[in-house]
Write a protein that binds this ligand. Structure first.
Ligand code: FAD
Length: 404
């Protein structure tokens, strides 16, 4: 027997929250979406959607629009300062029809938001939720101005990696800030980076890293790695130092770097490595970065959040009661979320850290691994979001697409 017509509150009108709102409203639940911004909007530049995330967009009916707005990506290439190819992965090794999609966060946000606005979801903006209270078996969300929202049969927390509610609900949760983050922006693709359909990275040691991702026809997102201390909100970004280091690391990208520095329109991003003892506490469920935020080194966060949203809809549809639905959700999402959390955490210091010596094993081992076909396929499977654990993985269907 399926759970029908629950009153569901969702905190956070981001990627995971909006996808969940749409799936749950379509299934007949009464959904209220609570967002701190008066005008919900995307923050940051562009991201890479994996075959996993694209299959969720397909289920939401927005895959074709996303493909039109974004830029097809066929693989990932990373080179060190000497031009040695350290990483070289191609989705085509999994299936000739498989690919990723670079997309501006604002474009993805708009597609999801339009879906939400026509779905019957009640959108409440300008409410910063700071606490949760239990009312019997139900949950009430409390905002900063002492407003009460609910009670809800289920409260889904999707308020991102810097979640205010995580500590309130799980006092023993851990979410340390990484010592490194990045500045990022989107600029015109004056060098035709989009034509080669790759996420490209350059690194020197572990303290200099830059990425260029095509995210739309004739637009690329540029990432520049920085210690978190240099990203503090009240500290001006040292664009001249960035320009100097970026030009020496990647001379071919000079026009893009110059354009980005001249525009000066960088966002700052910091990451947390989030680990929760479990995903749900009674009627409160955590999804997306609030539940399992990581560094973006493996390009998975948005994809994992989209998969969480889909799995939640499916678990509620299959379960006889809420506790069973939460168990089903944990069975579906626990293994891959934990795998990608751990893998990102282990890998990040090899690309972003003060431990420059870690670049030596990185630059020795990864190029060789990328030349051994089974290993290269396995690494590409990690990138494509297919792993469920160290020993198990999902496979693609006959058309090279991820089957939900
Ligand atoms: C530099 C960078 C590059 C990245 N690249 C990739 C990539 O290539 N591929 C990929 O898959 N992922 C990538 N990610 C990760 C991805 O951006 C996140 O995983 C994704 O945005 C998480 O979605 P979410 O819905 O969980 O949280 P968010 O997108 O952060 O949304 C949270 C929402 O909650 C709202 N909110 C926050 N607090 C409250 C509150 N107290 N009350 C009410 N509302 C609140 C926020 O305003 C926001 O709308 C990248 C991240 C960074 C920083």
């Amino acid at each position: 027997m399926a759970l029908r017509s629950l009153e569901i509150g969702i905190v956070g009108c981001g990627i995971a929250g909006q996808a969940a709102a749409r799936f749950l409203a379509d299934a007949g639940h009464v959904v209220t979406l609570l967002e701190r911004f008066e005008q919900p909007h995307a923050v940051g530049a562009g991201l890479l959607l994996q075959p996993t995330g694209l299959s969720v967009l397909r289920a939401l009916g927005i895959e074709q629009d996303a493909l039109a707005a974004g830029a097809r990506i066929d693989g990932l290439v990373g080179e060190n300062q000497w031009g040695i190819r350290v990483i070289d992965l191609a989705y085509g090794d999994l299936h000739p029809a498989t690919f990723g999609l670079g997309i501006r966060r604002s474009a993805l946000f708009d597609l999801l938001h339009r879906r939400v606005l026509v779905s019957g979801v009640r959108l409440v903006t300008g409410v910063e939720i700071v606490d949760v209270e239990r009312e019997g078996a139900r949950a009430v969300a409390l905002d900063r101005k002492a407003g009460r929202h609910g009670p809800f049969d289920l409260l889904v927390v999707a308020d991102g990696s810097h979640s205010a509610l995580r500590q309130r609900v799980f006092p023993r949760s851990r979410a340390p800030l990484y010592p490194w983050g990045c500045m990022w922006t989107t600029v015109p693709d004056t060098q035709a980076f989009g034509a080669v359909r790759l996420l490209r990275q350059r690194f020197a040691g572990t303290s200099n890293m830059m990425g260029i991702l095509p995210v739309a026809p004739h637009r690329v997102t540029l990432f520049w790695s920085l210690p978190t201390a240099e990203l503090e909100a009240d500290r001006p970004l040292d664009l001249e130092a960035m320009r100097r280091d970026a030009l020496s690391l990647w001379p071919d990208a000079a026009p893009i770097v110059e354009r980005a520095v001249a525009a000066g329109d960088f966002s700052r991003a910091t990451y947390r490595h989030v680990s929760l003892p479990r995903w749900a506490e009674g009627p409160v469920l955590f999804i997306g970065d609030a539940a399992h935020g990581t560094s973006p080194q493996l390009g998975q966060g948005a994809n994992l959040g989209l998969l969480d949203a889909h799995a939640l809809g499916r678990s509620l549809a299959e379960a006889g009661d809420l506790a069973q639905a939460m168990d089903l959700f944990a069975q579906r999402r626990g293994p891959p979320n934990r795998f990608y959390g751990t893998a990102s955490h282990l890998l990040t210091p090899f690309f972003q850290s003060h431990h420059d010596l870690l670049a030596i094993p990185r630059d020795l081992v990864l190029p060789r691994a990328c030349q051994i076909a089974p290993l290269r396929r396995r690494l590409t499977g990690v990138l494509a979001g297919l792993r469920r654990g160290w020993r198990s993985a999902d496979s693609l269907d006959a058309d090279g697409r991820y089957r939900l």
